[in-house]
Design a protein around this ligand. Structure first.
Ligand code: MAN
Length: 348
């Protein structure tokens, strides 16, 4: 059952609300923002996906060169070596490429509804981020903001980390989880002196797209990995599951909103509850989604039938999630924590 209260102003941000980062590019999608509050304002660190759009029987594959310059690969649409059945990825001569390149752009707001772009833009850097950086989670621990994001290159899909204290100076810590991994959500406080993070490794062979938890003494080096939830055959989360934003501390446990998709790439949101002292222990899980694509802006777009979140603001019982709708625009919805907790089925 969908228990999200969507903003009537949705979508809050659309591709046409931002100029492209280079003259020969166009903004294709604004999606999947990391969310934080700072000095009285609400900020979205938005994923901006750009490309040229197909023209003259060709498609263009944007990427960064080894010296971090924009480089465009041109392919003829009738090239027999090209497989382009997914709007997000193509296969060419046996190798995978993304159809857009993403960077992160900061937007700010006083009311959480009207957002305007700030100058800050974070682009991929180095060989591990040549195809872009995506879906950043922003977590504040002490006076430091941790930015964990998907780093994509021909070497694979991995998780990068940058930190900042002032949103002007950034320290890059390289990759904290090697390929194939994404959807890293750090906990906003230490538990028994340790940092914790949810992550989502994937295997093309044995195993699947499951949520794992790891612990760390310094927030950079991670160990004691444990698989905590798996996909469920026949349900809405049968093909992949991945963590959303930082787990929310409640009296009953850590509440995590996660995304689940089925074989048709329909993305919904669900929730799990983790033990407060030992977050590797799952106490409860939603059987039905707490939110599913149903509005027109969620059903059709760059990739239809998608609601995906990696950022929220919590105020007492109320969670405001910001989410990517149809992988194309940014929307918001409110939930009651109590109402989500009531929907969870306790595991024996
Ligand atoms: C999937 C989708 C895309 C994303 C790639 C790489 O195909 O989530 O949006 O660009 O993975 O992370």
């Amino acid at each position: 059952m969908d228990i999200a209260k969507r903003f009537k102003e949705n979508p809050l941000l659309k591709p046409q609300d931002l100029a492209a980062s280079a003259e020969n590019l166009q903004v294709i999608c604004l999606l999947n923002p990391g969310v934080f509050t700072w000095r009285g304002k609400i900020y979205l660190l938005v994923r901006v996906a750009e490309n040229l759009g197909p023209q003259g029987g060709k498609i263009f594959i944007p990427m960064r060169s080894t010296s971090d310059l924009l480089e465009i690969m041109e392919l003829k649409l009738d090239d027999p070596d090209l497989i382009n059945t997914d709007p997000r990825v193509i296969k060419y001569k046996g190798l995978d490429y993304l159809t857009t390149i993403s960077y992160l752009r900061l937007f700010s707001s006083d009311d959480g509804i009207n957002f305007k772009p700030e100058l800050l833009a974070l682009h991929g850097k180095g060989y591990a981020e040549r195809f872009g950086i995506e879906d950043c989670r922003v977590v504040q621990i002490g006076d430091t903001f941790y930015l964990s994001y998907t780093a994509v290159s021909d070497n694979g899909v991995a998780v990068g980390l940058r930190t900042t204290k002032d949103w002007q100076n950034f320290q890059s810590h390289g990759l904290i989880f090697p390929p194939h991994n994404k959807d890293v959500a750090l906990f906003e406080e230490k538990i028994n002196e340790k940092f914790y993070a949810l992550h989502r490794p994937s295997s093309k062979e044995i195993g699947g797209n499951y949520i794992w938890i790891a612990e760390s003494l310094d927030g950079l080096h991670w160990g004691n990995h444990q698989c905590i939830i798996k996909t469920r055959t026949g349900l809405w989360d049968s093909a992949r599951v991945g963590a959303g934003a930082a787990p929310i501390k409640t009296a009953q446990g850590w509440l995590e909103i996660y995304h689940g998709a089925n074989e048709e790439n329909r993305y919904c949101l669900g929730a799990i509850l983790l033990d407060l002292e030992n977050p590797a222990k799952v106490i409860a899980r939603s059987k039905e989604p707490i939110m599913e694509p149903k509005e027109s802006y969620e059903l059709s777009g760059f990739l239809g039938s998608v609601v995906f979140t990696n950022g929220h603001i919590v105020n007492g019982d109320e969670i405001t999630i910001y989410y990517g709708a149809a992988d194309e625009s940014i929307c918001a919805a409110k939930f009651s924590i109590e109402e989500i907790l009531e929907k969870l089925i306790h595991l024996g």
